[in-house]
Design a protein around this ligand. Structure first.
Ligand code: F6P
Length: 483
């Protein structure tokens, strides 16, 4: 009997795909390609590898592209019902799972797991199921499927039901919650999440800290069904006690590094030089810079970064007129009120600092909120200090990109709660992200570091940051999964 399976040997699944479409005024569709680790990772296997990227249509343009049958080779976009998608993406992935793993709840009042939550959870299931069905349809016999992130936690389990022949991996780009925090989720939801992920042959994380947290949660949520081997076993695994035949889900770690070749080339193009000139004019002659570049996510801790900078100006008046905080806070997840409010608070605190300390000739905080990649690279190149102080972060690529691109060396002030800290901590100045006074002290230390030491540290940071380029990150995962 002819196989009804698809033709693809390698499949990637993620909510956000490598391309987005926009409907122009003349009704034509305009495609924009995105960047990031997965895009460069996938390019490492070349166009002939028969890979397919399954992603979700995110906006009206994407939906229109699907409706018109417009697409790219190697990409399948799923036009999941817009309300189901909104419930799953905004209502569960970004409002619940992101909050749990980044520990963002203000717990006296939230979370509240009520009927509305249950309704959204049903959509999260439907949305995950749409991915599982598409992957089951497209995958060749025995193909490898790499499922990405907290949006798609249920896919591995659902896909295994549909296609037990596949090799399924799940990769988390976020932190994983400590077990006490994870326990906030209703018991059945915790179990469903873990069952979903443990449907994979292998789950992987950006650091051992997150992998170990996952294993602890798996071990305590359902000890009758899952036994966790010691994290020092190679490789550690979660054993399934109820399956016949017995099965194990391996647990692995792949730190994602900066793409040095791309960054070095891209950051010397004319548009970046232009942005550098414009930024220098905004900053003013001879001033030092404390640079931060983030999407305005609640976990990035931009407000406390500003408060630390204010503390620095308070405590060390000698820095007034001599330093500028260049803060790029690009829009993210603006459908959610809590993100919009946070963006407004960033703006408010920046304005407050500028009106308290600013002079006709000096703007203490230069804040930009419109995404501009060339300008980000320009800021990386001229930064004296990079402030990367997230509350919690899976990795944080800005911490890795700045030392690679920096023209004259840059001191990295880095939160010990960022995944990147495991690789970069030794040559950074570390901060507790909640400690504003400690962060102000770290900024002062960074601004006064001798150029020789700063250059030496930057060199070591750049070497550590590029040790695991995206191509290797991707190929390693594939190799381990095919193992
Ligand atoms: O930064 C962590 C991360 O999970 C990335 O892996 C992913 O690309 C992103 O967040 C999701 O962001 P968005 O909601 O904009 O798609």
């Amino acid at each position: 009997m002819a196989s009804t399976h698809g033709a693809h040997r390698i499949l990637v699944a993620s909510n956000r795909g490598p391309i987005t479409y926009e409907v122009r005024e003349d009704d034509s569709l305009h495609a924009r390609r995105g960047g990031g680790g997965l895009v460069s990772g996938l390019s490492a296997i070349g166009p002939d590898a028969g890979a397919l990227w399954v992603c979700s249509a995110l906006g009206d343009g994407d939906r229109e592209a699907v409706a018109r049958g417009v697409g790219e080779d190697g990409v399948r976009m799923l036009a999941i019902d817009a309300e189901v998608h909104a419930d799953a993406y905004n209502g569960i992935a970004n409002s619940v799972l992101w909050f749990v793993h980044h520990m963002l709840y203000q717990t006296p009042l939230e979370p509240v797991f009520d009927a509305e939550f249950r309704r959204r959870w049903a959509s999260y299931r439907t949305y995950n199921h749409a991915f599982a069905e598409a992957l089951a349809e497209e995958a060749a016999e025995g193909a490898s499927v790499l499922v990405q992130d907290y949006h798609l936690c249920l896919v591995p389990g659902m896909l295994r039901e549909l296609r037990p022949d596949l090799r399924i991996g799940h990769f988390s780009h976020t932190p994983w919650a400590p077990e006490d925090y994870f326990r906030m989720l209703p018991d059945d939801i915790r179990a469903e999440l873990l069952d979903g992920m443990l449907g994979a042959d292998r789950v992987a994380f950006l650091t051992w800290r997150w992998a170990t947290a996952f294993m602890r949660c798996a071990g305590e949520t359902d000890p009758e069904r899952y036994r966790v081997t010691s994290p020092s076993d190679t490789p550690p695994a979660v054993e399934h006690l109820d399956g016949a035949p017995p099965r194990r889900t391996l647990v692995g770690v792949h730190g994602l590094g900066a793409d040095a070749e791309f960054l070095r080339e891209r950051s010397h193009r004319a548009d970046v030089e232009e942005r550098m000139a414009a930024l220098r004019a905004e900053i003013g002659e001879g001033r030092r810079t404390v640079v931060r570049v983030d999407r305005t996510e609640l976990s990035k801790n931009i407000v406390r970064g500003l408060l630390a900078y204010r503390q620095l100006l308070d405590e060390h008046p000698e820095w007034r007129e001599r330093v500028v905080h260049v803060a790029f806070a690009y829009p993210s997840r603006q459908d959610l009120a809590v993100y919009r409010d946070y963006t407004a608070e960033v703006q408010r605190v920046a304005d407050e600092i500028n009106s308290r300390y600013g002079t006709p000739d000096w703007t203490p905080v230069v804040l930009h909120v419109k995404d501009d990649f060339a300008r980000s690279l320009a800021a990386y190149r001229l930064a004296d200090v990079a402030l990367v102080n997230p509350i919690r972060d899976g990795m944080n690529l800005v911490a890795k990109e700045v030392p690679v691109v920096s023209d004259e060396g840059c001191v990295l002030v880095l939160s010990r709660e960022a995944g990147a800290y495991e690789e970069l901590g030794e040559d950074a100045i570390s901060v507790n992200p909640y400690d504003v006074i400690g962060t102000a002290r770290a900024l002062h230390e960074a601004l006064t570091m001798q150029p020789g030491e700063r250059a030496e540290r930057t060199k070591r940071l750049a070497a550590a940051a590029t040790a695991l380029p995206p191509a290797q990150w991707f190929l390693d995962q594939l190799r381990e999964l095919e193992g």
